[in-house]
Unconditional design. Sequence first.
Length: 72
Amino acid sequence: MIRTLVESAFQTGYLSVESEGLLHQVLVTKCWKEKDLSALAALYDAVRVGKIKREASSSNVLMEFPLPYKSC
């Protein structure tokens, strides 16, 4: 699911409030794979440099996700 949400953001150039919320939920409650974290890192970089705009805020800083990460 993480990679699907990230792909959508790259296709549209926007990270929706809903997608950002889903990313947060998945990271808090579910397991993910190394490829998911790589996709998320690419999304962070794209938001940071302005390639992808956040719908949630005019800021280019994504919310911080809770640690520790759970991997499967």
